[in-house]
Design a protein around this ligand. Structure first.
Ligand code: PRP
Length: 216
């Protein structure tokens, strides 16, 4: 039997994802060693291997079939726009994509002024402002700590993820508009879905049942 390969977004979500895999009988002991620098982890018995990748690369590995399936945030899926099957909402890592800024920016947004928008998600920002709102803005791509942008005057607003809201609050910013709700999703390579249909649909089914049970 060939190995089934699963790509996980490294960081907070990887740990939560592995808890779910363990709960459906696909544990991976090697991965629990927090000091490890290994990138790939194997469950020999079940012939499944897991690897950790940068979140934005997970859809790429899955689209090209280097991973049969993956777990990644909806934010990354929307931004990357890869060809793959999104099969399940795992209900973990729940947060929102929002337009945020200082309270004063609310008026400027309302009046469709030509404002600057800093974000790690230029694709999502473009789609929201240009296609949904028909509002012309200048989008500036950043790679992290996006909340800094309106504070130091790089942009009027940001498009970013809000989870607890504490980063915004501690920096004098607020949610101005909601774009979309986010959570972790299971994704599957389109060819693997056919070639490994039995194993993959069992995993999807077990995961779906587990999530349903947890939500009850
Ligand atoms: C994310 C996001 C916000 C923060 C939101 O950042 O970009 O900055 O978390 O969480 P909160 O609403 O609970 O405060 P992340 O930690 O991924 O870091 P980065 O933006 O620097 O990449």
């Amino acid at each position: 039997m060939r190995y089934l390969t699963v790509a996980l977004a490294k960081g907070r979500m990887a740990k939560k994802s592995m808890e779910l895999f363990e709960a459906i009988g696909l544990p991976c002991e090697e991965m629990k060693d927090e000091g490890t620098r290994k990138l790939i982890f194997v469950n020999e018995e079940k012939k499944v291997r897991f690897f950790l990748a940068k979140a934005s690369d997970v859809p790429t590995y899955v689209e090209y079939g280097a991973a049969d399936m993956g777990i990644v945030g909806k934010d990354t899926l929307l931004e990357e726009g890869r060809r793959l099957y999104e099969v399940l909402d795992l209900g973990i890592g729940k947060c929102r994509m929002c337009v945020c800024g200082p309270a004063e920016a609310r008026e400027r947004l309302l009046h469709h002024e030509l404002i600057r928008v800093a974000t790690k998600y230029p694709g999502i920002a473009r789609d929201y402002f240009f296609r949904k709102k028909h509002q012309t803005v200048e989008i500036i791509k950043l790679n992290g700590s996006v909340e800094l942008a309106p504070i130091v005057g790089l942009s009027e607003v940001i498009v970013d993820i809000v989870e607890t809201g504490s980063t915004l609050k501690e920096n004098g910013l607020e949610v101005l508009e909601d774009i979309v709700s986010l959570s972790a999703r299971m994704v599957v390579n389109q060819v693997s879905m056919k070639m490994e249909h039995e194993r993959i649909s069992r995993i999807i089914g077990d995961m779906r049942a587990l999530i349903k049970k947890r939500e009850e």
